[in-house]
Design a protein around this ligand. Structure first.
Ligand code: 9WO
Length: 229
């Protein structure tokens, strides 16, 4: 890959992105030029007197629907060329998992559309070729938080973003179930002791214990991860 991964975000609430993109790992990745996130205010592409971005649903019903024109215009106004993947954050989409994150981290350019109100006119998915992506089966007030989750997950896979001391995480969600439990000092806290084997210095036994504890926890908390394969 040459140059940073580019992400354009289209949103009615650009302010939501400010501190998450400034702080910590994401802030550093952007500062170091590994990641290029451009947050676009959808409102600038609404041209009527009230800068309207929503309207009542055809067919009736409660709430408002995001109009297609400002979203199409915002996507078409993006300067640059090359392969880009347009993604609409929606609970009706393909579930984001580490496999999709890896896929997206290979892309040079992502365009994330954040919906608000009750939903987004279906022609955004149809006409812009936007893929719907969900971060889980729950309803939020908009796609902004899911967009940030996606950006953070993808950025961790960009070479150089995650340092050595902050490891990429062992097999956690790389398809092998959950990570093993972690402990640090003190070795006894409020009567709870760290498993003796971890204090033993016997690295073979430690590795064995961790593998068993991870499998155990996966079976108890996320049996679905084991069924999947
Ligand atoms: C909401 C919805 C509910 C059932 C079936 C399809 C649906 N699509 C949407 C939708 O596009 N919602 C927009 C964004 C407008 C309302 C608030 N939005 C939203 C996105 N709520 N929750 C999400 C979301 C996105 C990704 N992963 C989890 C939740």
């Amino acid at each position: 890959m040459t140059g940073p991964v580019r992400v354009d975000v289209i949103t009615l609430f650009p302010g939501i992105f400010e501190s998450p993109l400034r702080e910590s790992l994401l802030g550093r990745a952007i500062e170091r030029g590994l990641l290029d996130v451009r947050v676009r205010d959808l409102r600038t592409h609404a041209h009527d007197r009230h800068r309207t971005t929503d309207d009542a649903p055809f067919g009736g019903g409660p709430g408002m629907v995001m109009k297609p024109e400002p979203i199409f215009e915002a996507v078409e106004a993006l300067e640059g060329d090359g392969r880009r993947r347009v993604i609409l954050l929606s609970p009706a989409g393909r579930r984001l998992d580490q496999r999709l994150v890896r896929e997206l981290a290979e892309e040079p350019w992502l365009v994330l559309i954040c919906g608000r109100y009750e939903g987004v006119d279906e022609r955004v998915a149809d006409g812009l070729g936007a893929e719907e992506v969900s971060i889980g089966d729950f309803v939020l007030s908009g796609g902004e938080i899911p967009a940030l989750a996606l950006i953070e997950a993808v950025s961790r896979l960009i070479p150089g973003v995650v340092g050595n001391e902050e490891s990429l995480g062992p097999e956690s969600f790389s398809g092998d179930g959950l990570d093993h439990p972690h402990y640090t000092r003190p070795s006894e806290f409020r009567g709870m002791r760290v498993p003796e084997v971890l204090l033993s210095g016997d690295h073979a036994r430690i590795a064995e214990w961790r593998a068993a504890a991870a499998a155990d926890k996966t079976r108890r908390n996320r049996p679905d991860l084991l069924d999947e394969r």
